[in-house]
Structure formats: C-alpha cells, structure tokens
Ligand binder design. Structure first.
Ligand SMILES: Nc1ncnc2c1ncn2[C@@H]1O[C@H](COP(=O)(O)OP(=O)(O)O)[C@@H](O)[C@H]1O
Ligand SMILES: [Mg+2]
Length: 287
C-alpha cells in the first residue's frame, strides 16, 4: 500500500501559536525538526509601477495549520499566494517555504516548490475532454509503484469525501460550478502535495453552495491535516477553517493570530468588514 492512500496520515495539527499562550512559547512546542513554520513571509514588499501592494507583510503558518488570509478585493491576497508559487517576486523581504528561503529561487527551483505546494485555482482548470475520474486520477497515472487498483481506491476515497462519487463518469461540462471546483480540489489532493493554497474557493457560487464548499474543505482538513492557506473575504468560510487569520488592509497586516483575535478585534475597519459580511451574505465581492 502506498503512502498516498493513507488518508489519515496525521501530522501536527493543533500547534500552538505564540499569542495563544505567550508564556508557553518554548522550544518543546516545536513539533517539526526542519522548521517551526511551513510558510513564512518576513517584511515582504511588492509594488506594481511604484504602487505598493504589499507593504512589509509578515506572517507565518505552522506545519499542519490552516491560515486564512482575509481582506477586501484588490488588497493583495492573490498577490501574496503568487509569491509562494514563484509567479511573482518580492521587491524586498523574504519568503520561506518548508523551511527554505525561496525568495531568490530560480524557475527550476520553483518547479520543485510547485510539486510540494499545490494551488487550487478558481477556474478549476479541469480537462474538458476527460471524465471526473480521469481528471482526479491524472496526477497519479504513470506514477511508479501505484497499481491501477491503488489509483481506483484513491479516487474512490477522495471522490467520496468531496461528494462527487456519483458523477465520476461525467465530463466537467455536465457539472455545476461547485462540483467542478470540488473535482479540482480532488485533483490537487491527488498530487499529494505537502501544502494546499485555495484562492477564493467560495466566489461565484451561491451562498448554499459556498457553505457546502466550506464543509468539503473542512472535511479534507480533518482527513489530511495538510498545511493550508485559504484566501477569502467570506468570514463564514474563514470561521469554519481558520486556525489563524491574516487580515490585510492597505498593504499591511493589521491582524494576525488565532481566529478569536479577528472575531473580537475592535479595529474599526475589521468591525466594519465583519458587519458587511453579515449584512450581504449573497454578495461575492466585498464592497
Ligand atoms: N501582475 C500584476 N501587475 C500589475 N498589478 C497587479 C498585478 N497583479 C496584481 N496587481 C494589482 O495588485 C493589487 C492586488 O491584487 P490581488 O492580490 O489580485 O487582489 P485580491 O486581494 O483581490 O486577491 C490589485 O490592485 C491588482 O490590480
Ligand atoms: Mg484575488
């Protein structure tokens, strides 16, 4: 039986954060020998045509933890993720992935990072001419050591978790937006990455489907314990998934830490952000 089939691989899940309990921030809490964090942004600055988008952004995500990056549309959430994948480069500051400073990595070195870290794109980017089953199994086909039975078993497991087991023989064009997205997430997991990045997984679907997508992602979080970053402006989704929150505002991180810090923040901008989301649940863009 190959590693990829061990869905409950465990790993460090409930890791402490400094601000959870400032007095208990000791070396004993470091679970992973390679590094305390899987992702780290240190003082990252990024400007486009001299217009700063990220202005000394710092935050870190521990192994096995889910960090939700929130903020209004256009604030730099996707730009942040693109620095991890090497699609954008920082003007200054450092970006660390799995304990390695990737800031000045070559394109070739980033290919390795992209094997470790998979990004689920909004569009889903499925292969139109392949069935759902073939789309999910695509990253597994031809991998040495995997028998067709291993692959079938894996696809069945992941399809069940994502509730697409009834549509395995359909084509993407026959699926709803929500189901397409679930299949794209299934394919991302089939790559067996160490970490997953989700960019706005609940936009462009109705509130009921958005809630459902959140439940599916939560189920995967609980089954795989993969280090994750979820970019969203949807506070309901954030509440469901977040171990920690990064709130971006005008290029800066104005709140970083466990969910409670965001939920109880009395920063007027954050209070307003929370309120708007309650008032306009069906809106898929923040105002
Ligand atoms: N490649 C690029 N070139 C120029 N400007 C960009 C580029 N990518 C993003 N931006 C700008 O950076 C800002 C942040 O974008 P983005 O991270 O996509 O926002 P969001 O928080 O909605 O994901 C926006 O003003 C956007 O226009
Ligand atoms: Mg975006």
């Amino acid at each position: 039986m190959t590693d990829i089939l061990k869905i409950n691989r465990g790993g460090p899940t409930k890791l402490k954060f400094p601000s959870d309990d400032a007095g208990d921030w000791t070396a004993q809490n470091y679970v992973d020998p390679r590094s305390q964090y899987f992702f780290e942004f240190r003082d990252v600055v990024k400007a486009f045509d001299e217009r700063p988008v990220l202005d000394h952004v710092s935050f870190a995500v521990r192994h096995g933890e889910t960090c939700v990056i929130m903020g209004r549309s256009g604030v730099g959430k996707s730009v942040t993720l693109k620095h991890i994948m090497g699609f954008l480069r920082a003007d200054s500051g450092r970006v660390t992935v799995d304990g390695e400073d990737v800031t000045n990595y070559t394109e070739e070195q980033f290919a390795e990072v992209r094997r470790k870290v998979t990004m689920v794109f909004q569009s889903g980017a499925l292969f139109d001419s392949l069935t759902v089953r073939e789309n999910i199994s695509f990253p597994l086909d031809g991998q040495s050591g995997l028998t067709p039975e291993d692959i079938d078993e894996y696809v069945a497991k992941i399809a069940h978790l994502l509730e697409v087991d009834d549509v395995l023989d359909k084509l993407p064009s026959e699926l709803s937006t929500g189901m397409k997205r679930a299949v794209a997430i299934g394919r991302a997991f089939a790559q067996n990455p160490e970490a997953i990045l989700y960019d706005e997984p609940t936009t462009m679907v109705d509130p009921i489907m958005a809630g459902h997508m959140g439940d599916l992602i939560l189920r995967l979080k609980e089954a795989f314990h993969k280090t994750s970053i979820v970019v969203t402006h949807d506070t309901r989704l954030a509440k469901k998934l977040a171990d920690t929150v990064v709130f971006l505002q005008e290029g800066r991180v104005t709140c970083f830490g466990p969910w409670g810090g965001f939920e109880n923040s009395d920063d007027p901008f954050i209070v307003n952000f929370r309120k708007q989301d309650e008032l306009v649940p069906a809106l898929d863009k923040t105002l």
